[in-house]
Design a protein around this ligand. Structure first.
Ligand code: F3S
Length: 64
């Protein structure tokens, strides 16, 4: 299992993660941030690509 989280302090809302991986969605308020739809996943899958592509390294993947 892996825990997927987004550091909201770091996230600048660029949306790259959501474009890369369907486990991420953007909040819809006027200061959009990414959030993981599933915060605990069996396989890292595209979450890793999303973390790699994030320009501010806001996505944290932890092995549980
Ligand atoms: Fe935020 Fe990084 Fe995604 S800045 S919107 S977590 S690619």
């Amino acid at each position: 299992m892996f825990k997927i989280s987004v550091d909201k302090q770091l996230c600048i809302g660029c949306g790259a993660c959501a474009a890369q991986c369907d486990n991420f969605e953007m909040t819809t308020d006027d200061n959009p941030k990414a959030k993981a739809k599933e915060s605990e996943v069996e396989e890292v899958g595209c979450n890793q690509e999303a973390a790699d592509i994030c320009p501010v390294q806001a996505i944290v993947i932890k092995k549980l």
